[in-house]
Ligand binder design. Structure first.
Ligand SMILES: *Cc1c(COP(=O)(O)O)cnc(C)c1O
Length: 348
C-alpha cells in the first residue's frame, strides 16, 4: 500500500453542479447564451489540428490579452481555467506549512488547491454575506504567503468596494501575494465594484485573475489567466502543467475576446434578469443579498437542502451549500421564471 499525504484525507471534494438531462441547469454560473459568434466556426476549423501539441506559450492569446489590458505580455500568464492559475499562483509562493487566507464561504477550489500545494488554509468568516477584509487583514501572520479576495464573492454574490479594497491592500505586507479573483467582473457595476487591475495593478504583490468560463461562454474549454508582476508570472508559467491550454481553447479565447461587445451585451441581459429575479424573490419573502455576479445567494441555512430538492423535483438544478444557503445562477428569462414559480410554490 502506498502512503498518501495525510493532509489530503481531510479535503472536501469539489462538488460540481449536477447534470440532469432535460432539466434547467442554474447550478454552475455558466452563461446561458451559448457560444459567442465565430467561436463555433473557429473550433471546427481547428478540430483537425488536435493531433499536434498546442503553442505552449499561448503567444497570440497572451498578445491580445496584453493589448486588451494595456500591459506588457510578460505580465500575463494563462492556464486551463483560472482555477489552474489559482493553483499555479499557490505553487509559486506557498510551501509546506505556509498559510493561505481567504474569506469563508468563498470559492470552493481555494481550500482544495491550498491543501494540494501543501499550504494551510485560514478561513475568515464572512460578515453580512460579504468578505470581512478587516478581519482578513488581521488574520495575516508571519506565515501567510497568499490571500484570496474573490470579488464579487462566489457563492454569496456580494462585492467589496474600492475604498475597502485599497485600504486592505495597504495593510497587507509586501511579501504576501494578494490574488483578486474577478471571475464575475463582467456582471459587476463598475461604479460600485473596483477593477482591481486599475486600482491595484501597479503593486508588486497583486495578481488579478480573470476567466473565459463565465461571461465569455467557454467554461467547457478551460482557459483563464492572471495579470501580475513579471517576476511572478515567470513562476506561474513554470508551475503550469505543460500544454494544459489546448489550441482550441487558445484560439476560441482570442475570438471570444474580439466579441467582447457582444459578451458585454449578454452580461447586461443577465444583470437585468438578476434585478428582476432579486425583486421577485424578495417579494416572496426570501433574503437576497445584493448581487454583483451572474447568480444570487439565498441564505436559507438549514432549509437549503429542502429548497434544492424541491427545485430538483421541479426539474431546476440549483447549487446548495448544506446548512448555509443556495446559489442560483441567472439563466434565460424562461429558466428564471421556472425557478421563480418553484420558489413561490415552496413559500406556498
Ligand atoms: C467560476 C469561477 C472561476 C473560474 O474557474 P475556471 O477555472 O476559469 O473555469 C474562478 N473563480 C471563481 C470564484 C469562480 O466562481
Amino acid at each position: 500500500m502506498v502512503s498518501v499525504r495525510s493532509s489530503l484525507a481531510q479535503l472536501p471534494p469539489y462538488v460540481p453542479g449536477r447534470k440532469l438531462p432535460g432539466a434547467v441547469v442554474l447550478a454552475s454560473n455558466e452563461s446561458p447564451y451559448g457560444l459567442l459568434p465565430g467561436v463555433a466556426g473557429t473550433l471546427s476549423e481547428l478540430a483537425a489540428g488536435v493531433s499536434r501539441y498546442p503553442d505552449m506559450s499561448a503567444t497570440s492569446l497572451v498578445q491580445v490579452l496584453a493589448a486588451h489590458h494595456g500591459v506588457e505580455p510578460e505580465r500575463i500568464a494563462v492556464g486551463a481555467g483560472s482555477s489552474e492559475v489559482c493553483g499555479q499562483l499557490l505553487h509559486s509562493v506557498v510551501g509546506p506549512g505556509d498559510e493561505v487566507v481567504f474569506g469563508w464561504r468563498s470559492f470552493e477550489a481555494y481550500p482544495i488547491l491550498t491543501a494540494v500545494a501543501g499550504g494551510t488554509a485560514v478561513r475568515v468568516p464572512l460578515r453580512d454575506h460579504a468578505l470581512d477584509l478587516d478581519a482578513m487583514a488581521t488574520a495575516i501572520t508571519g506565515r501567510t504567503r497568499l490571500v484570496f479576495v474573490c470579488n464579487p464573492n462566489n457563492p454569496t454574490s456580494t462585492a467589496v468596494g474600492e475604498r475597502a479594497l485599497s485600504d486592505f491592500a495597504d495593510r497587507v505586507p509586501d511579501d504576501v501575494l494578494i490574488v483578486v479573483d474577478e471571475a464575475y467582473r463582467e456582471y459587476a457595476d463598475p461604479a460600485l465594484v473596483p477593477d482591481a487591475l486599475a486600482l491595484l495593478g501597479d503593486r508588486p504583490n497583486v495578481a488579478v485573475l480573470r476567466t473565459f468560463s463565465k461571461a465569455y461562454g467557454l467554461a467547457g474549454l478551460r482557459v483563464g489567466y492572471c495579470v501580475a508582476p513579471p517576476e511572478l508570472t515567470a513562476h506561474v508559467r513554470r508551475t503550469q502543467v505543460p500544454f494544459s491550454v489546448s489550441a482550441l481553447a487558445q484560439e476560441a479565447a482570442v475570438v471570444a475576446l474580439g466579441e467582447r461587445a457582444e459578451a458585454a451585451r449578454r452580461a447586461a441581459l443577465t444583470v437585468a434578469e438578476r434585478a428582476r429575479v432579486t425583486l421577485r424573490l424578495r417579494a416572496l419573502g426570501f433574503e437576497v443579498p445584493h448581487s454583483q455576479a451572474n447568480f444570487v445567494w439565498l441564505p436559507l441555512g438549514d432549509d437549503s437542502a429542502d429548497f434544492a430538492v424541491h427545485c430538483l423535483d421541479g426539474k431546476v438544478v440549483v447549487r446548495p451549500f448544506l446548512g448555509e444557503g443556495v446559489r442560483v445562477t441567472i439563466g434565460l428569462p424562461e429558466e428564471n421564471d421556472a425557478l421563480l414559480a418553484l420558489a413561490a410554490a415552496w413559500r406556498g
